[in-house]
Design a protein around this ligand. Structure first.
Ligand code: SF4
Length: 68
């Protein structure tokens, strides 16, 4: 997946990248599809979000672990 600049959404299970006919990439929040009180296209970059859920590490990859 190419690197994007959508902040926290880039690591969130609820993000879906949408490419327009002109090739622009948008970050869709899937929670907004079923929840009228939640934005489908939040203002970017998202720096904090109460509904953020970290996506799982890719299978077979080296998962990054926090230092400590
Ligand atoms: S839940 Fe929050 S962090 Fe996750 S995709 Fe939606 S807006 Fe972004």
């Amino acid at each position: 997946m190419p690197a994007t600049r959508f902040g926290l959404c880039d690591q969130c299970v609820h993000q879906q990248l949408v490419t327009s006919g002109r090739g622009s990439v948008f970050s869709l929040c899937r929670l907004g599809v079923g929840d009228p009180d939640w934005p489908k296209y939040p203002r970017m970059p998202v720096l904090r979000c109460p509904r953020f859920e970290h996506e799982p590490p890719p299978e077979g990859g080296d998962a990054e672990r926090p230092a400590g």
